[in-house]
Design a protein around this ligand. Structure first.
Ligand SMILES: [Fe+2]
Ligand SMILES: [Fe+2]
Length: 198
């Protein structure tokens, strides 16, 4: 493998790891919320995290996993990852269908967070390791992933869904795309200090 190809390989992994880091932090920030936090603010924050998760899953399912499938003889880890995505999406549907003042709402979101943490660990520890030895045009994959990610961001900004917030963005923007800054939920100490997802 050329040096250039191996450095773009690292960039592909970094792009996904960066997203993983933001997503895990978003769940940790939610866990710090005051139990009395306004239900609507809670729902809006959860929706932003779910939308970000969906965009991340789309990025992997449309580009990263197909590249892995093509390059790997053993498809087991990719199959597992896709099954886990489906299970996470089913949980997201349940979260959206549950009123934020219902005790099940927090439980569902907490379980989703635990599930995502497990999935990310397997992805980074096992799938990345396996695919790093595969014969892939990493430069092309990286360019495609960056372009797709930008497209998903634009779609997220242009299509405020019935689920997404109107005012969580303190700058007055609507729904956010993958890779766009997202403030921590109101009611956490960190909400005044730094961003959760960007
Ligand atoms: Fe994944
Ligand atoms: Fe991932």
């Amino acid at each position: 493998m050329t040096t250039r190809n191996s450095s773009t390989r690292a960039d592909v992994f970094d792009l996904l790891k960066d997203d993983h880091k933001r997503i895990k932090k978003a769940f940790r920030d939610y866990a710090k919320l005051d139990p009395d936090t306004d239900h609507e603010a809670r729902r809006q924050y959860v929706e932003q995290v779910c939308a970000h998760l969906e965009r991340h899953a789309t990025l992997e399912e449309t580009l990263f996993y197909p590249a892995a499938r093509t390059a790997l003889d053993d498809q087991g880890l990719v199959e597992e990852a896709e099954v886990e995505h489906d299970a996470a999406k089913a949980l997201i549907l349940q979260v959206r269908a549950t009123p934020p003042d219902h005790p099940r709402f927090a439980a569902l979101f907490t379980v989703l967070g635990e599930y995502v943490k497990h999935h990310v660990k397997e992805e980074e520890n096992d799938l990345f390791k396996q695919i790093s030895r595969a014969d892939i045009q990493w430069g092309e994959l990286l360019a495609d992933m960056k372009a797709r990610r930008a497209e998903l961001e634009r779609e997220g900004e242009a299509t405020p869904s019935a689920h997404t917030d109107h005012d969580l963005d303190q700058d007055g923007h609507g729904a956010r795309g993958a890779g766009t800054p997202l403030p921590p939920p109101r009611g956490t100490r960190s909400s005044q200090q730094h961003k959760v997802i960007r």
